[in-house]
Design a protein around this ligand. Structure first.
Ligand SMILES: [Mg+2]
Length: 268
């Protein structure tokens, strides 16, 4: 059953998708600054939640500053952080072969993991959105999967990443290339899995009944919110159109034109 927008009044932790929800490309929505300020003033918390594992948190802080939003490292939950936490809980002593950017390697290294480029030494493969991908890495991943019994994890399932001129292949597409060669698929951590919202709730000690996930993609943002038991709010200011919403099996708890409606409720 669809919730009423008043449900937003009970929320203490707002987990925002960024592109399509708070801005589009390099254009900040006109309500975004006020919305974030309002949430903070009310004593609630917001976090930016992103599947993109090619950028480090510092890159995102810079991007938001450029758009006029004052953010710091603590304001983010990324699929790289969620992957690091997953690995800590499930494969704490693994040596990792990372098919990802230097920035992802740095993040995992910072969490205490040993990064290796040796096929022999690898205990687990981590696939990210690798904007530094080359054939050697693809070959190594296949060789490891086909000759060893190792863990196989991916930061995010996205097939493509939007750019100003259209889309480029993301982590999910590279994993499909690997699947074609090895018939193996990784455990995927980012949205639509519930890991990011769950980690955020745990970190701030907020119950799922007081948590909302807000985003413009049903198959990632909304799915992860529902899977985590949070209030899922679809905004129609980004990728999703009416036709996609109507034909989707996944039903958000709330559908709003844009996150401005959250601001309006918080002000009322
Ligand atoms: Mg989005």
């Amino acid at each position: 059953m669809m919730e009423n927008i008043d449900a937003v009044k009970n929320i203490r932790l707002f987990l925002f998708d960024m592109d399509g929800t708070l801005y589009i490309g390099n254009r900040l929505f006109d309500f975004t600054k006020e919305l974030l300020e309002r949430i903070r003033e009310s004593g609630s918390r917001y976090l930016f939640m992103t599947n993109n594992s090619s950028k480090s948190v510092d890159d995102y802080v810079k991007k938001l500053k450029g758009l006029g939003i004052d953010a710091d490292r603590e304001d983010f939950i990324t699929s790289s952080q969620a992957t690091a936490l997953y690995l800590k809980e499930n494969r704490p002593n693994d040596r990792l072969y990372v098919c990802g950017t230097q920035s992802l390697k740095k993040e995992l290294c910072g969490e205490g993991f040993t990064i290796t480029e040796s096929i022999e030494d690898t205990d687990c493969i981590v696939m990210g959105f690798d904007t530094e991908l080359n054939f050697k890495k693809l070959e190594d991943v296949c060789k490891i999967l086909l000759t060893k019994n190792v863990g196989y994890i991916a930061t995010n399932p996205d097939l493509v990443c939007p750019t100003e001129y259209g889309s480029v292949p993301d982590c999910g597409s590279v994993c499909e290339m690997i699947y074609n060669a090895t018939k193996m698929r990784p455990i995927v951590i980012g949205k639509p899995q519930p890991e990011m919202p769950l980690i955020a709730m745990k970190k701030y000690g907020v119950d799922k009944a007081e948590t909302a996930v807000i985003g413009d993609r049903i198959y990632t943002d909304i799915k992860s919110g529902i899977a985590a038991g949070a209030l899922s709010i679809l905004v129609m200011s980004g990728e999703c159109d009416r036709q996609t919403l109507v034909s989707s099996d996944v039903k958000p708890d709330l559908v709003i034109d844009s996150a401005k409606e959250i601001l309006d409720i918080l002000k009322s």
